[in-house]
Design a protein around this ligand. Structure first.
Ligand code: HEM
Length: 491
């Protein structure tokens, strides 16, 4: 350390500009040495940093391309935002599960959250008391024990949307289709687009939310808000009105509203917890089943193996049931391989850190958005054998040494915000896949060909494709027709 009189001596020996440069270099070096060390990432520009590199328009593809240069942790920084992309299951588990106390918040989506109003739903609500209350409501309907009572409903082979509407609000499947499902599906299209981090410039520069209402993204947000409110309010109000008229069919919302003293502030919690289930559950299940159909059309030999197992275990006289699952290992392996071949939530649902922290020696500032790049993690597991990665090989999950990580451990997220609908989703995907396999053969339409392509929204499903779906035999067709008319009569 130089003393004052030494400094003034040096100043007299050197001319003033040279002295100033030396001092500037010392200060800059000190600053650089003590600057927090962020994880690696693309080069930064002054002020805007490199945040604009973070275009998630191509879904997982641009992030995966960066991974080749920067490794498991990639950091983006600029315009007041910081984003950390995680490219390995170890890193994801370490941060989102083992350090869940600091990584369980969600990003602030100015457009989807604030302007459309989605920040009240369980998936986006900040980590805190209201979130905990909503999870408790969801747990009543979706715990392992609770979903057992839906087996009969699942065996009717209804779509997940119909099941959620029926169990949450007690609304019959036909009126659900007419009144609620079409609206919910339209709303989810907007939401799916709006909840990809960086989907709108306004999410990076929130000040833009003050632009006038005619600006296209503001108009989109207003439409989203109206649709969202309708989706959440309409079925809830129907249950309230049924209760006031003296009869409401059994349902999650009906049971809660009639069995407890509900404080008015809790009404909103129940309403949003219930409304969150359709949004979060229907599309991901639908995407899984469509991905399965595409995989089957492309892999006739795997399909034949599944048909053989089906015929052996279930036979030709009845449709598969829930309790057949443990005797259908190949069908279970097909379901796991479908999740691995194309995960339906390839970038998870982003998180946000709630304190400044160090992770693997790097500084991660409070408020950093965390994106788990699940797609890359699964691709990478077999990256030494690219042909094996892209191929659809259910057999990898029949390995007795269990060397392949079960998709159930990552497909539904991590830590405290893990998907509360996991048990219902697994049951529902199983019964739909088993029933489709029992009934149909899926084949590529040779005149059209089939190249797998997927959408790049939060929930990623196959882009429209053509394939030939035929009943496996006349007796399969008759049996299914009988099952459908019995199901209609029993509703
Ligand atoms: C195959 C079907 C499904 C998949 C792949 C899936 C996947 C996911 C994933 C990856 C998350 C993010 C978890 C995290 O942040 O770590 C999530 C959250 C969520 N899921 Fe699912 N899910 C499925 C079905 C369902 C169903 C059927 C429901 C409800 C009936 C549901 C309700 C939710 C809710 C409410 C959240 C937000 C939880 C929170 O933020 O606390 N999901 N899901």
């Amino acid at each position: 350390m130089l003393k004052l009189d030494e400094l003034s001596f040096i100043r007299h020996q050197l001319n003033i500009p040279v002295f100033a440069v030396i001092i500037a270099v010392i200060i800059l070096t000190k600053h650089l040495l003590h600057r927090p060390k962020y994880p690696p990432g693309p080069p930064r520009w002054p002020f805007i940093g490199n945040i604009l590199h973070l275009s998630l328009k191509g879904g997982w593809k641009p992030l995966t391309a960066f991974r080749e240069t920067y490794g498991d942790l990639i950091f983006f920084n600029g315009l007041g935002s910081t984003v950390l992309v995680l490219n390995s299951l170890d890193a994801i588990n370490d941060l989102l599960d083992k350090r869940a106390n600091i990584s369980s918040d969600r990003p602030i989506f100015t457009v989807a959250g604030e302007l459309m109003g989605l920040n009240q739903s369980m998936g986006l609500i900040p980590y805190g008391e209201e979130w905990r209350e909503q999870r408790k409501v969801a747990h009543m309907a979706l715990s392992l024990a609770a979903v057992k009572k839906y087996h009969r409903l699942l065996e009717l082979r209804l779509t997940m949307g119909t099941i959620i509407i029926a169990t949450t609000y007690g609304i019959s499947t036909e009126s659900a289709q007419d009144e609620y499902i079409a609206l919910a599906e339209e709303t989810m299209k907007l939401v799916g687009k709006a909840t990809v981090p960086g989907a709108y410039l306004c999410d990076l520069m929130p000040v833009l939310k003050h632009l006038p209402g005619w600006v296209p993204f503001r108009r989109e947000a207003e439409l989203g808000r109206i649709m969202m409110e309708s989706c959440v309010n309409k079925p809830f109000q129907q249950v309230q009105s049924e209760i006031s008229q003296g009869y409401a069919p059994p349902s999650l919302v009906g049971d809660i509203l009639t069995s407890n003293e509900i404080a008015p502030r809790h009404l909103n919690t129940v309403k949003w917890a219930a409304g969150s289930l359709y949004g979060a559950g229907a599309e991901s299940t639908y995407a899984t089943v469509l991905t399965f159909i595409m995989a089957m059309a492309l892999n006739p030999e795997k399909q034949r193996l599944a048909h053989a197992e089906m015929d052996r275990v279930v036979g030709l006289e009845r449709l598969p049931r829930m309790q057949d699952r443990e005797n259908l290992p190949y069908v279970s392996a097909i379901i796991k391989e479908t999740a691995r071949w194309h995960p339906v939530v390839p970038l998870g649902i982003a998180r946000r850190t709630s304190v400044d922290d160090f992770f693997r020696g790097f500084y991660i500032p409070k408020g950093t958005i965390i994106i788990p790049n699940l797609w890359y993690c699964l691709f990478n597991t077999w990256s030494n054998f690219p042909h094996l990665t892209k191929a659809f090989i259910p057999e990898r999950f029949l390995d007795t040494d269990h060397s392949h990580i079960d998709p159930a451990s990552w497909n539904f997220g991590f830590g405290r915000r893990v998907c509360p609908g996991k048990a219902l989703a697994e049951n529902s995907v199983y019964i739909l896949v088993a029933s489709l396999l029992w009934t149909f053969t899926f084949a590529v339409d040779e005149s059209e060909g089939l190249v797998p392509q997927f959408t790049e929204n939060l929930v990623s499903y196959p882009k429209p494709f053509k394939c030939i779906i035929s009943p496996r035999s006349a007796s399969h067709r008759t049996l299914v027709q009988d099952a459908v008319s019995n199901a209609k009569q029993s509703q």
